[in-house]
Structure formats: structure tokens, C-alpha cells
Design a protein. Structure first.
Length: 121
């Protein structure tokens, strides 16, 4: 029984990417920034990648391979097939997104900090 639970956990971890080591980002972040602007990624994901109409990109919790596969065949955004964005261009875009700073924790944002403090009282 323990073996089955371990095998199930290992399969889940591999599927979600938890157990896989993150390969170094090989794209050019500057070229990725140009693509991010050119293809209006900011319109849904905002200029800082923290979301808007589309989901938050930062921090991006997937590998470059999964990112490329998703952008080519997405569930909730327009598809950017390899005729639109090549794998090399998506590597650049991935490098740019990975270079974006993460948002601070809610407790460090002054307005949210005041709201959280006021809610305690």
C-alpha cells in the first residue's frame, strides 16, 4: 500500500513539474521583452506579468518546454502556433518572463498592509 501511495505521489510530482529540475533559461530576455510588447501579451498579463484579464505569469511555475507547448496549443488564450512564434522565440519570451521580478507578499504592500491591520481591529 505504501508503495502505491509513493508511486502515485511520484507520478503526480512529475506531472506537475515539482520533481523535475528547472533547466537554465536559454533564451534572450531582451528579445523576449520585444516579443511580449509586439504580440501585446501585456494586454492580458499586464506589463509586469502579474495578471489582468489573463492569469498571472510571475512567478511562472512551469518549464520552458511546457510553456512552449501551452502557448502553441492553449486552453484559454489565442493560440500562437509555430507559424506565429517559433520555439526559439518562445524561449526568448520565457526568458523574459522568468526575468520579471515577483510581486511582494501582500503584507509588504502599504495599502494592503493598512487594510489587513484595520481588519484586525
Amino acid at each position: 500500500m505504501k508503495r502505491n501511495r509513493f508511486a502515485l505521489f511520484a507520478a503526480f510530482a512529475l506531472w506537475t513539474g515539482v520533481a523535475s529540475a528547472q533547466a537554465p533559461v536559454s533564451g534572450d530576455a531582451q528579445k523576449g521583452k520585444e516579443l511580449y510588447l509586439k504580440y501585446s501579451c501585456y494586454a492580458c498579463h499586464s506589463y509586469d506579468g502579474h495578471g489582468g484579464a489573463g492569469p498571472r505569469l510571475v512567478p511562472l511555475a512551469m518549464t520552458a518546454t511546457r510553456f512552449t507547448a501551452y502557448v502553441h496549443n492553449p486552453r484559454r488564450m489565442p493560440p500562437y502556433t509555430d507559424k506565429v512564434l517559433t520555439d526559439a522565440q518562445l524561449a526568448d519570451l520565457f526568458a523574459y518572463i522568468k526575468s520579471m521580478p515577483a510581486s511582494p507578499p501582500a503584507g509588504e504592500i502599504p495599502l494592503l498592509k493598512r487594510i489587513m491591520e484595520a481588519a484586525k481591529h
